[in-house]
Design a protein around this ligand. Structure first.
Ligand code: HEM
Length: 469
């Protein structure tokens, strides 16, 4: 709805000034856990709250289930491309102040039509290959092998030992690379997370990983999903392919890590869930669905940028404002909870954790299944595991965007397990790596020497990883 500009509205306080004055800081250290902050915002503002994502940088958070769904499902009124963001156009939001998810990259998630479909179709085709393959077996194998060493000690951190590593090792295999590169990818991600002097170089290394595999597969295609993406009739150029790979790496790593860890958390802290699973009355699938509702891996994510000035949630908002999607807030909306049984461990598939509308997660079923398989494998291997610290001492990440644990320490009876996927030579084998006859030596050779990143890619890459945690 356009502002009418009448004398009556001119006498009212300027809506932009009112929003800026009311905006609540979403940056910096806060003792208030993000779910509580979202509840407070809802109590104070209703279904839409003005926030500052950096000093002086305005955005809005959609807090009700209906408003989030309405915004996500109307791509025409609420486009996705962050280049529309007024705060950036007018110079208040800059990449050094505002984290990566607020910026444009040449990928499906940040694009509107026609680029969105061009990119998304290529990603969907690649994901179909994974789903059609024996992903379940591969997840089981990776999860099992990751737990072999901790299993022998009787202690593990289900975040650091398993959930942090599994998504990247899995994707790396489907990119057609052996586990040496997968472990390098995990190590680079670890350095990025640790921050400090090595983080910037590690960001470059992550981007160079995507760039290198793209260039190598262009030169010598194999059976892997990168080769499929390059060969797709939509004809993505090398930079576009690399950007979709980076999107897949970042989209898979963090939320999948949180979903796996949050599912373990539910099983380890809620006796009724655990008993229901162990007695066969409930399946891991149902626990995962419940977790997707109660502890969504993504709490908030920017954004949508209204195509015109409009009234939304009782506020007058401007064309190009940023509306942050409140996945977590939608699930605690009292109007929705009134129709649900919060004590039930059976999840509602109506959750918004994977989004809805044209950008909804193309890996929805795959991601859910990976979490189910990873959790199942570990429970089979370590059936008596229990938290090794009191539940109230577990630390949740402070990021407003991600909802996950820093660590999930468990103890159990030590188990001597044998790795399932390590050939006797100790050299890692990858079923998806193209055979030497179809691929040059460097496809699986030492890569570090050729991790070179063009300058024009460097800035956009580092923005991706500068998101708050
Ligand atoms: C538990 C795990 C996951 C969760 C909770 C999740 C959640 C989401 C959400 C909420 C969106 C929509 C964002 C929006 O509407 O703005 C999305 C999009 C996307 N996700 Fe996922 N995701 C997960 C796993 C994965 C995995 C494993 C992959 C790929 C390997 C993936 C790839 C993507 C891509 C490519 C998009 C962009 C789609 C588009 O813009 O059309 N996600 N995801």
């Amino acid at each position: 709805m356009r502002s009418d500009g009448s004398a009556r509205s001119a006498s009212r306080p300027c809506p932009v000034t009112a929003a800026r004055e009311a905006a609540v800081p979403l940056y910096g250290q806060s003792d208030t856990p993000v779910p509580h902050l979202l509840d407070q915002l809802r109590q104070r503002f209703g279904s839409l709250a003005p926030v500052e994502v950096a000093p002086g940088v305005l955005a809005w958070i959609a807090l009700s289930y209906d408003l989030n769904r309405a915004v996500l499902q109307d791509a025409r009124a609420f486009p996705r491309d962050p280049r529309r963001w007024k705060e950036a156009k007018e110079g208040r939001a800059t990449p050094d102040k505002v984290p990566g998810p607020f910026w444009y990259f040449r990928n499906a998630l940040a694009s509107d039509e026609p680029d969105h479909s061009r990119y998304r179709e290529v990603i969907v085709s690649a994901l179909d290959t994974i789903a059609a393959d024996r992903a379940r077996v591969t997840v089981d194998m990776i999860a099992h092998d990751l737990m072999v060493d901790p299993a022998a000690t009787g202690e593990a951190d289900l975040v650091g030992d398993l959930a942090f590593r599994l998504p990247l090792l899995l994707l790396n295999r489907y990119f057609g690379l052996d586990d040496t590169h997968g472990r390098r990818l995990v190590e680079l991600m670890r350095q990025v997370w640790d921050g400090g002097a090595e983080a910037e170089a590690a960001m470059g290394g992550l981007f160079a990983y995507a760039q290198t595999v793209t260039l190598e597969r262009r030169a010598a295609p194999g059976q892997d999903i990168v080769s499929r993406m390059i060969a797709h009739p939509n004809g993505l150029d090398d930079e576009e392919v690399a950007h979709q790979l980076i999107l897949m790496i970042s989209a898979a790593h963090d939320p999948l890590m949180n979903l796996i860890a949050n599912t373990f958390h539910e099983l380890l802290t809620r006796n009724s869930s655990r008993v229901a699973v162990m007695s066969g009355n409930s399946r891991i699938e149902e626990v995962v669905d419940a977790v997707l509702w109660k502890a969504p891996p993504i709490m908030l994510m920017p954004g949508r940028y209204p195509a015109e000035d409009m009234e939304l949630g009782g506020w007058q908002i401007s064309e190009g404002d940023c509306v942050i999607i409140g996945y977590g807030a939608a699930h605690t909306d009292p109007h929705i909870l009134a129709h649900m049984d919060p004590a039930s461990s059976f999840g509602s598939r109506a959750h918004l954790s994977f989004g809805t509308g044209s950008h909804q997660c193309p890996a929805r079923n795959l991601a859910r299944q990976i979490a189910v398989d990873a959790v199942t494998t570990v429970i089979r291997l370590l059936p008596d595991m229990a938290l090794s610290v009191p539940a109230d001492r577990l630390r949740w990440r402070t990021s407003p965007f991600a909802h996950g644990l820093e660590a999930l320490p468990v103890a159990f009876t030590p188990v001597q397990a044998v790795p399932r996927d390590t050939p006797p030579s100790g050299e890692q084998r990858c079923p998806h790596t193209p055979s030497p006859s179809s691929s040059p030596q460097e496809t699986t050779g030492t890569w570090r020497g050729i991790f070179v990143m063009p300058d024009r890619w460097r800035e956009s890459w580092s923005r991706i990883w500068r998101s708050g945690r």
